[in-house]
Ligand binder design. Structure first.
Ligand SMILES: Cc1cc2nc3c(=O)[nH]c(=O)nc-3n(C[C@H](O)[C@H](O)[C@H](O)COP(=O)(O)O)c2cc1C
Length: 160
């Protein structure tokens, strides 16, 4: 790992800690492959970071009526209202939810996915959606998803 390697930023919005735990696992897995990454809780995220960093993984659960968790609300509103040009940004979304909420399943992650795409960011792989009732551990599903994300990430890095 070179020290000037740009870290992948893992942006986390979580209410009861599941998304944070998943983010920790993703960060560890990236580090194990030699890819630097950094977890940023969304209440600490700003639009200024987009000027410095290119690669993002959004890790968000869902609350209310398909809403993003409280600590991600302000950041989500910034994206919706300020509408920064994110055409240089590459991202993937790990959405957590529960199928019991049929109409709003994984809505928090879906909201981030939609606004980032609208702002021109490039989605590297389709959004992951975890169902808390599935019996599958979210971190297991996320680490599997990460393999696909990494493959795309490296393909693009090799061509840029
Ligand atoms: C009060 C409450 C509301 C929720 N609303 C939704 C919802 O609308 N849609 C959904 O897919 N999941 C919903 N969930 C499920 C959570 O998103 C899911 O359990 C997730 O894994 C929690 O992650 P966290 O611990 O990072 O917040 C809700 C959970 C609670 C407790």
């Amino acid at each position: 790992v070179t020290t000037d390697q740009e870290p992948v930023i893992i942006l986390v919005a979580s209410m009861s800690g599941t998304a944070e735990m998943v983010a920790d696992e993703l960060e560890g897995a990236l580090r194990a492959t030699g890819q630097a990454s950094k977890i940023v809780r969304m209440e600490r995220a700003s639009l200024a970071m987009f000027a410095k960093r290119t690669n993002y993984i959004i890790c968000s659960s869902t609350y209310g009526r398909g809403d993003v968790p409280d600590n991600g609300q302000a950041f989500y509103q910034l994206l919706v209202q300020e509408r920064p040009d994110l055409s240089h940004v590459r991202y993937g979304v790990v959405a957590l939810g529960d199928m019991t909420y049929t109409a709003t399943f994984c809505g928090g992650g879906a909201k981030f996915d939609q606004v980032l795409a609208e702002l021109g960011a490039q989605r590297l792989v389709p959004r992951m959606q975890h169902d808390a009732k599935s019996g599958i551990f979210p971190e297991v599903q996320a680490l599997q998803w990460l393999q696909g994300w990494l493959k795309q990430f490296r393909l693009i890095a090799a061509h840029s």
